[in-house]
Design a protein. Structure first.
Length: 254
């Protein structure tokens, strides 16, 4: 009997996690191994793609910020066409489908076509990035909220509540922030943010070539300048060991 999550003619939106197969959920694995068509993002790791049955149709629908991308309308049409043919379709997205993944636009296309869909959530990049630097995304007495923001949107560099973000103790996970690092720095400092606020950059989160760059708001543009892979900025968080050593360093140089 087929798993009800993979009924023919239905689309499953699957979050693949940030990269490592260790972060793939059991639900995601089950959906992939039963798929007949998989339409996947460019950044999904090869180990995860290897779970797709060899007889399944595999389609890359790549997107790259400020770079070559498959038009969203084309992706919507691919999903609808294959689901309408009665196949079990998985739309495989990096991280969690619902966080800057254009999920709603694809769901709306399926709704308009009268086709069914389900969502299998994935581990978002911010969670894995925070784990990589040994920090919690929230901490009692430090931040009562977590902001998840994007560095750019359809109109270009994305505007945010800069005054709120500039407050002491605020924490934000900034997705797609490499190109907009200087813009973000300028906006935050314009609204009174401390230039020494930690702004840790994690490139290729959870992959074998993961790289952690400890920076501050003052040095953020330089920190991202040499990075070629996808990166997230954890504003307000420093790697735990570096954060623990900072008071000692200040004392030694006083």
């Amino acid at each position: 009997m087929l798993n009800p999550l993979t009924a023919p003619g239905q689309v499953i939106f699957v979050g693949a996690g940030p990269g490592s197969i260790d972060h793939l959920t059991m639900g995601a694995c089950r959906a992939l191994t039963q798929a007949e068509v998989v339409i996947h993002d460019r950044l999904v790791g090869p180990e995860i793609l290897d779970l797709i049955p060899p007889q399944a149709l595999r389609i890359e629908a790549g997107k790259e910020g400020f770079g070559p991308s498959t038009p969203q309308e084309t992706i919507n049409a691919l999903i609808v066409d294959h689901a309408a043919s009665g196949r079990r379709v998985v739309r495989l997205k990096s991280g969690d489908s619902g966080i800057f993944g254009r999920l709603d636009e694809e769901i709306e296309a399926l709704d308009a076509a009268g086709l069914g869909w389900r969502i299998v959530p994935g581990l978002t990049t911010a969670a894995a990035a925070a784990a990589a630097i040994g920090q919690g995304l929230t901490k009692r007495g430090r931040n009562a909220a977590l902001r998840i923001v994007t560095g750019h949107d359809m109109a270009g560099y994305a505007e945010q509540d800069w005054r709120g973000l500039a407050r002491v103790g605020e924490v934000a996970a900034i997705y797609m922030g490499k190109k907009s690092a200087r813009f973000i720095q300028g906006r935050l400092m314009m609204h009174g943010a401390d230039p020494e606020t930690p702004a840790t950059v994690i490139e290729n989160v959870s992959r074998a070539d993961e790289r952690i760059v400890a920076a501050t708001l003052a040095t953020l543009p330089e920190a991202v300048a040499g990075l070629s892979g996808p990166a997230i900025v954890l504003y307000g968080l420093a790697p735990r060991r570096a954060a623990a050593a900072l008071p000692l360093l200040k004392e030694a140089t006083a």
